[in-house]
Design a protein around this ligand. Structure first.
Ligand code: PLP
Length: 388
């Protein structure tokens, strides 16, 4: 099987599992306990926080461990917007982009439904990019928060985060970015990017599902979403997932080391794959930005097919990928991300996303490109047969 669905999730790396194991077995203490087992767990948590902070170039106190990317997005959006609204009731608008993950979009909609916020959606161009001019047009004195993702999970388009964040912060508006897909591929230094909050998920990086983090810049006011015993300095209650935090820290450190060495190699493989797919299926449409895209994502529409049928044909040929985001898998509705790029709904329904991690090989991608040509031809033949 050739696994080309790494944007959905990745296997746990051996080094990550080895680093976690002591805290799942012998060192299983609760970090809040005042005995040796508890202190060892607390020390492991501190070590993980310091390691994450070293990768990001931030302070350890600015790292809040969460259960994953979804929770980090919820905490950033609800937490910052509600804290700002509590301090100044006039701050009752949030800005998000038209291509956000549901974790961001639905958090903003929750604020709209229950807390009197208005949600301003900044459009993207045909490549999936938010332009600074489009964002500038939506910023108002009442804007409590801007949230724009670093790189898109369906088409891989990278946003000009530093320019967008500078615009918002120039007007005193905090800026959050969902970096779940960017982590491991793009620079993450929040101060260089100029962001106030940034979400990262472990399972996209070779850590297990159910661990993640939010970077939150010191002194940014944050209302917790999960209330309880006051862990994570009151910002996220609940007994900490010590092994998960250690796993996330290990995976992030390994991913950053890899980033330097592998980014150009994987981007070159991606471009070769895109070329091979377009040669094999000349009417295929590459979605997203031609150059400003993650090294790890190649996404297409295959007009005249159905994405789901192409996926089945590909799986029969040993290639596993997806039609877009894993959250929407199995849904018949066209992807809101693709329609936001101006792609017609009937074409958006033919989308297939190939995504890979740094272990991908040229041989795998050459085999996959040949399988794509055969799968698309297979689906079209079937369609023509049914039409007769
Ligand atoms: N944000 C983006 C861009 C994602 O791709 C995902 C995962 O699919 C998430 C957030 C959610 O992360 P998690 O699965 O850790 O909750």
């Amino acid at each position: 099987m050739i696994f080309l669905d790494a944007a959905a999730t990745t296997p746990v790396r051996r080094e990550v599992l080895d680093a976690m194991w002591p805290y799942l077995a012998g060192g299983f203490g609760n970090p809040s306990s005042h005995h040796t087992l508890g202190e060892a767990a607390a020390a492991a948590l501190t070590g993980a926080r310091t390691a994450v902070a070293a990768v990001l170039g931030c302070r350890a106190g600015e790292v809040v461990f969460t259960s994953g990317g979804t929770e980090a997005d919820n905490l950033a959006i609800k937490g910052i917007a509600l804290a700002r609204q509590a301090a100044n009731p006039q701050l009752n608008r949030v800005v998000i982009s038209a291509v956000e993950h549901p974790a961001v979009e639905e958090s903003a909609r929750y604020l709209e439904r229950f807390h009197g916020f208005a949600v301003d959606v900044v459009p993207v161009d045909a490549t999936g990019r938010v332009t600074p001019a489009a964002l500038a047009g939506l910023l108002r004195p009442e804007t409590a928060l801007v949230s724009i993702m670093y790189a898109n999970n369906e088409v891989g388009t990278i946003q000009p985060i530093a320019a967008l964040a500078e615009l918002a912060r120039g007007q005193g508006i905090p800026f959050h970015t969902d970096a779940v897909q960017a982590a491991g591929w793009l620079p993450l230094d929040p101060r260089a990017l100029g962001v106030d909050a940034m979400s990262i998920s472990g399972h996209k990086l070779g850590a297990p599902k159910g661990c993640g983090m939010l970077f939150i810049r010191g002194r940014t006011r944050l209302e917790p979403v999960i209330h309880g015993g006051g862990q994570e300095r009151g910002r996220r209650s609940g007994t900490e997932n010590v092994a998960g935090a250690v796993g996330l820290a290990t995976a992030l450190t390994l991913a950053q080391e890899r980033q330097a060495g592998q980014q150009a190699r994987v981007a070159a493989l991606r471009d070769r794959f895109i070329g091979a797919v377009l040669a094999g299926v000349p009417d295929a449409v590459l979605t997203g930005h031609p150059a400003e895209r993650l090294p790890s994502v190649a996404s297409f529409c295959f007009p005249g097919t159905s994405g789901e049928s192409v996926l089945l044909e590909l799986e029969r040929r040993g290639v596993v990928c997806s039609s877009g985001s894993a959250c929407a898998a199995g849904s018949d509705a066209p992807s809101p991300v693709l329609t936001a790029l101006g792609i017609a709904p009937e074409v958006a329904q033919t989308a297939v996303r190939f995504s890979f991690d740094a272990s991908v090989t040229q041989e795998d991608l050459d085999t996959a490109a040949a399988a794509v040509q055969a799968a698309v031809a297979g689906v079209r033949n079937l369609g023509a047969g049914q039409g007769r």
